[in-house]
Design a binder for this molecule. Structure first.
Ligand SMILES: [Zn+2]
Length: 45
């Protein structure tokens, strides 16, 4: 049985550049302040 981490398992975690709000698997705008969400779970290139 594999235990998954809620912030790394999906591979898609977005963080608001304005307030730091995090959203999993849902890109677009922050529901709190309306700033852009940045994918913070992408591997380094
Ligand atoms: Zn925000």
């Amino acid at each position: 049985m594999v235990r998954t981490d809620p912030y790394t398992s999906s591979g898609r975690v977005y963080e608001c550049l304005g307030c730091g709000h995090r959203s999993e698997g849902d890109s677009g705008r922050c529901p709190d302040c309306g700033n852009d969400l940045k994918n913070i779970s992408v591997p380094r290139e």
